[in-house]
Design a protein around this ligand. Structure first.
Ligand code: HEM
Length: 493
């Protein structure tokens, strides 16, 4: 690690620890009834949530925000509010499945109580532009979503010709691989980017561009997107502006911008030649302004290239890792694939994928802002959230809760990877793709892409980790892998 990065990582960890230590209020949800509000139980004085408890929680989490939140939820409960010294407002956190479900469903509806968090939208706009499905203002987003959704409908994503296309794109990529050692993180990020760009935009990137963009997006993702999710706010999110990440953003915007321009230029003279999602994007209309501009189409393409490759790659990398460190799982998968039991192999990959999604969400903290005063409730009680306040949906924490997904309910510890785990019923719902009107538009496509990549990787190669026990390094703020784990690919004998 370079000295600058070392300094910056320290600089990032310190305010986070300071924020937690300077929390002036840490309170459980309070009961609200029609006449009176019962004040919340103050937990600062208790040994667990007091200074000592918080210090212990920080040490135990190793400075990783996601784990730290897990600790706080365990100590304080599934709904709490935090007010740190430098924060102007209270922040609310929940890992309660019903509360998470309700808030997702009350987001961005005409009569809803929540919207996407403004700070989050700003952070994404600075990279991906302000005119796409992630960042557009409510009315524009609604019109865009209506026009784009038919392409991603379930019956479309089940089309055999689509499955065949994705398979072809994956096998094309893998057939060009040289056996030997490979950085599988980079390999998977390149593969998802290649597949999504060919599938959505009928465009095959040059191999150099693929390598550059996949590399840069990983760096950007590990900082911008994850730290934008950071509920402690600007101090951490703003920090990396002088790091290499800034260079990565610049390079990404340049290279991706050039690729997108190339995609568009092919249709400048003949719009009718565009097909699939690109055709829909080019003909989209804004309810107030009419046909969308070229710049807006560019923003949309950028958002779909990014969203359609990064999140999927993040979970596949973990899924492959978890397969490789669990010889029983790898053995069963390889046997099913190579004995021609295709259906059983696909069912097993489904289970592997579901378990990887539960454990390794790319967006484990989803902030929502109240657009009016609103009461939220769950088994923990209820709470009056003031207009403008942010509630962070700790889906990542919720999906690892021992009481919901652990030994008693599923037969396996919640923190471990067990594809055999049966996850059913309302309490066990997972939110890797979000929920409500803002649910991920590409969830079926992402899952199709991921299942195909996992299947083809283990079909085409004997895969093993180059070092038996990988030295895993994860980011400070969530469990994104940052170490370039090497695998050895040998052609099947
Ligand atoms: C493993 C794969 C994926 C995961 C875990 C994932 C996760 C998510 C989540 C959690 C959200 C909601 C964010 C929020 O509510 O603030 C979201 C939204 C979105 N995702 Fe995905 N995603 C995946 C794959 C994809 C793919 C393949 C595409 C496109 C091809 C895509 C495009 C989008 C878009 C455009 C939105 C914004 C939707 C809106 O606000 O209307 N995602 N995704």
């Amino acid at each position: 690690m370079s000295p600058v990065r070392k300094l910056l990582s320290l600089a990032t960890a310190v305010p986070m620890a300071l924020a937690i230590l300077t929390i002036s209020e840490l309170a459980q949800g309070k009961e609200v009834n029609k006449q009176t509000e019962t004040p919340c139980a103050r937990l600062l004085a208790s040994p667990e949530a007091g200074l000592g408890g918080r210090l212990r929680a920080i040490l135990k989490s190793g400075g990783n925000l996601q784990r730290l939140l897990g600790e706080l939820h365990r100590q304080v409960g599934p709904f709490f509010s935090v007010k740190a010294a430098f924060m102007p407002d209270h922040l609310f956190f929940t890992s309660d499945p019903k509360t998470i479900h309700d808030i997702f469903n009350q987001t961005d509806r005409p009569d809803g109580s929540f919207t996407k968090d403004k700070r989050n939208i700003l952070a994404v706009s600075s990279m991906a532009g302000a005119n796409n499905l992630f960042t557009a203002p409510f009315e524009t987003w609604k019109a865009q979503r209506q026009q784009l959704a038919p392409f991603f409908r379930a019956q479309e994503m089940r089309r055999p010709d689509y499955a065949a296309l994705i398979e072809k794109f994956v096998t094309d990529k893998f057939s060009n691989l040289q056996p030997g050692q490979a950085d599988y993180k980079q390999l998977i990020h390149e593969t998802t980017l290649d597949v999504i760009t060919r599938f959505l935009f009928n465009y095959q990137m040059k191999s150099d561009d693929l390598t550059t963009i996949a590399k840069d997006w990983q760096r950007v993702y590990q900082t911008v997107l994850i730290e934008a999710m950071n509920p402690l706010g600007q101090p951490i999110h703003d920090l990396p502006t002088v790091t290499e990440y800034q260079a990565a953003v610049k390079e990404t915007l340049q290279t991706t911008g050039r690729v997108i321009e190339d995609i568009l230029q092919r249709y400048d003279d003949d719009l009718a030649a565009a097909s699939g999602l690109l055709a829909i994007m080019m003909k989209m209309r804004d309810p107030n302004r009419g046909p969308i501009t070229r710049a807006e189409v560019r923003d949309q393409i950028f958002a779909f290239m990014e969203a359609g490759s990064e999140s999927v790659a993040h979970v596949i990398v973990w899924a492959v890792h978890d397969i490789l460190v669990n010889p029983d799982v790898q053995g069963k998968l390889v046997t099913l694939i190579h004995s021609g039991q295709t259906e059983a192999a696909n069912e097993y990959i489904n289970k592997i994928w579901e378990e990887a999604l539960r454990l390794h969400m790319p967006l484990p903290l989803i902030p929502r802002q109240a657009v009016k005063d609103v009461v939220v409730s769950g088994a923990w009680g209820s709470y009056q959230i003031p207009k403008g306040a942010t509630v962070v949906l700790d889906t990542g924490v919720m999906q690892r809760r021992e009481d919901l997904f652990g030994v008693e309910k599923t037969g396996y510890p919640a923190n471990e990877f067990h594809p055999e785990r049966e996850v059913n019923g309302a309490d066990f719902q997972t939110y890797a793709f979000g929920g409500g009107p803002r649910v991920c538009i590409g969830w079926m496509l992402g899952s199709l892409e991921a299942r195909t990549i996992i299947y083809q990787l283990f079909k085409s190669f004997d895969v093993e980790l180059s070092t038996p026990v990988p030295a895993l390094k994860v980011t400070r703020l969530n469990d994104a892998l940052v170490s370039p784990n090497e695998i050895t690919l040998s052609p099947r004998k």
